[in-house]
Structure formats: C-alpha cells, structure tokens
Design a binder for this molecule. Structure first.
Ligand code: DGP
Length: 113
C-alpha cells in the first residue's frame, strides 16, 4: 500500500499537471507557494537512495529531471523555482515513494542552504 502508487493508478484523485510514460506531476495537497507540484516516478522507489541502487533508477531519475522541466514550462516558472527532495527519517520524508517538490510562482526567500 503506497499513497503515491494509488495516485499514479488513479485510485486516489489528484490535480494532474503533467504525465508521460515514466513520471506523474500533480499538485501538492498542502501547497507552500503559489506553485507546488510533486514530480514522482511511476515506478515505485522508496526514496532517492532506492533510485540510486535499483536497475531502472537512472532512467527514472532522468525522466524526473525532464518532468521537472516540463512542470516549470507549463507553470511559467521562467524566473526560477526550487526543487526539494526529502529523504528518509532525518530528511523528514513523510510519503515513502520518491518524489520531488517543485516550488515557485513567488520569489522564495527562506533558504536552508
Ligand atoms: P514529504 O514530506 O517530502 O514526504 O512530502 C509529501 C507531500 O505529499 C506533502 O507536501 C503533502 C503531499 N501529500 C500527502 N498526501 C497527499 C495526497 O493525498 N494528495 C496530494 N496531492 N498530495 C499529498
């Protein structure tokens, strides 16, 4: 049972932003900025460390990067945006399906690094 697998399979509704054979991008249910989209690989990986070691991880990571670019184009984030990946317990990852937050639509000021 995985929440994002259920969203990918359409069992749980989401607001789709972009989709291809390898990735789905949908609006975060709890946005922190005017644009807050999650880009997820359609194949289940627990997190990015899982993507790093599984055979198809390279392919899906590349597709995620292209998906992020598509989201930025679709949402008109011509002036920039931020991508966040929370990984594991210390990274405060709450959904155990690798995902990338694309955040923008406003000048972001708070930086952790
Ligand atoms: P993270 O903390 O990095 O694991 O982010 C998980 C994100 O997933 C969080 O920003 C809220 C979002 N989220 C959780 N449940 C749902 C859901 O059912 N639908 C959508 N669209 N987003 C969800």
């Amino acid at each position: 049972m995985c929440l994002f697998c259920d969203i990918i399979e359409g069992k749980i509704p989401s607001t789709k932003v972009y989709e291809n054979d390898h990735v789905l991008a949908f609006a975060d249910i709890n946005p922190v900025a005017p644009v807050h989209v999650l880009v997820v690989p359609k194949k289940h990986f627990d997190d990015i460390t899982d993507m790093a070691v599984k055979p198809e991880g390279d392919l899906y990571m590349t597709e995620v990067m292209k998906g992020i670019n598509e989201v930025a184009r679709i949402k008109g984030l011509d002036n920039g945006f931020r991508v966040i990946n929370n990984c594991g317990e210390d990274g405060a990852q709450s959904v155990k399906h690798a995902h990338f937050h694309v955040i923008g639509g406003v000048k972001l000021t708070e930086k952790m690094v």
